[in-house]
Design a protein around this ligand. Structure first.
Ligand code: SF4
Length: 363
């Protein structure tokens, strides 16, 4: 059993300290993968998927902020463009503050999806996404976007996060991103926090407005990506295959990016517990399955059935930073129910799809 996605956390460095990022503040170590290590991780992963007969969905580049490590990342982007089989998607996440015309061109030319973490209008974006220099990250990103010709700008995809803090602006933010002309808008929720009950009514109101807009506007409907709803009915095997495995800057594979990139998971004994292989030894699928089974057992005990986003991110956020898994999952289930009622979920081809929508980090 090997999951359908590999996420490469290529650097620990980031020029921002976003409020909801589990990787924020990890600049102390400032480690990174070399181009050679990135290549090797992909080759190990793909060989393993061939042995296991597992289809691959995508290869993701995240961090930290990948563009702080551009010299090596740009070589890797070119290598993926030349060597990745056509049916496998590749994507890179960025906070956009270091994005320029040349970098965007190179990423798009090599066939990678360029995913920009932008939460919407200035108020929401700057409220959560804070550069170390203290300036407005929204203004920097807008300036960078304006330096690009419109056709290139339209290749970018926006990845806004809806949190308990900005939910009252969800409709305005989605409308703003649609008007900006992004190719796709892929909203997801901050699910590593238990939402206060009062916020659920706000979410309902905002999503109904979004839903109304989409019913009237077919073009917007095509560009605002519906959020996938998941449940656990497909069993442990499917759960074990879903989501990603990740490689961290220490050269070890982990069962989730939340462990690879998390500043709270830097302790040696914690990391040893969750290592599922390395660039030297390859991937230990037996241990990975054991860890997925452990997560599955704990998640099932909580009694919540519906989920949006990445269940493993929620589970590991509790392992890493503490908190009550049951409260987290029940809060996430309520968000899922409201989103389902607003018809903002996938309806085809498989209504209760198990695909991934990860929490931040990385940009
Ligand atoms: S979310 Fe991304 S940009 Fe923000 S601190 Fe985390 S890694 Fe950096």
């Amino acid at each position: 059993m090997i999951p359908q996605e590999l996420d490469l956390c290529v650097t620990d460095a980031c020029n921002m300290k976003c409020r909801y990022c589990y990787a924020a503040g990890k600049n102390a170590g400032k480690k990174a993968l070399t181009f050679g290590e990135m290549k090797k991780a992909v080759v190990i992963y793909l060989k393993r998927t061939l042995t296991d007969g597992q289809a691959v969905d995508k290869i993701s580049i995240s961090g930290g902020e990948p563009l702080t490590h551009w010299e090596e990342v740009s070589k890797f982007v070119k290598w993926l463009g030349k060597n990745l089989p056509g049916q496998i998607k590749a994507e890179i996440f960025t906070n956009g503050t270091l994005l320029c015309l040349k970098k965007a061109q190179l990423i798009v030319k090599n066939g990678l999806k360029l995913r920009l973490s932008i939460d919407g209008e200035k108020e929401s974006h700057d409220g959560a996404r804070i550069p170390f220099g203290g300036e407005s990250s929204f203004d920097i990103v807008m300036k960078n976007l304006k330096s690009m010709p419109a056709p290139l700008r339209k290749e970018l995809e926006a990845v806004p996060l809806i949190s308990a803090e900005n939910v009252h602006l969800a409709f305005k933010n989605m409308k703003f991103l649609l008007d900006m002309g992004f190719k796709m808008i892929r909203p997801s929720f901050v699910l590593n926090e238990v939402w206060p009950k009062t916020k659920f009514a706000v979410l309902k109101r905002e999503l109904e407005k979004v839903s109304f807009l989409l019913r009237k506007d077919e073009k917007a409907r095509k560009r605002l990506m519906k959020i996938s709803l998941k449940n656990l009915s497909k069993g442990l095997e499917e759960f074990a295959r879903s989501n990603e495995i990740s490689i961290a800057t220490d050269g070890y594979f982990y069962p989730s990016s939340l462990i690879s990139a998390s500043v709270a998971a830097m302790g040696n004994s914690f990391r040893r517990k969750y290592r599922i292989g390395s660039l030297e030894r390859g991937i230990e699928t037996g241990k990975l399955f054991f860890l997925r089974k452990e997560a599955w057992r704990e998640i099932k005990k909580c009694g919540a059935d519906l989920y949006l986003g990445c269940l493993l991110c929620m589970y590991y956020s509790v392992q890493v930073a503490g908190g009550d898994l049951k409260s987290l999952l029940l809060s996430a289930e309520k968000i899922a129910e409201i989103t389902e009622k607003a018809c903002l979920l996938y309806t085809s081809p498989s209504p209760r799809d198990l695909s991934t929508s990860r929490m931040p980090s990385s940009a």
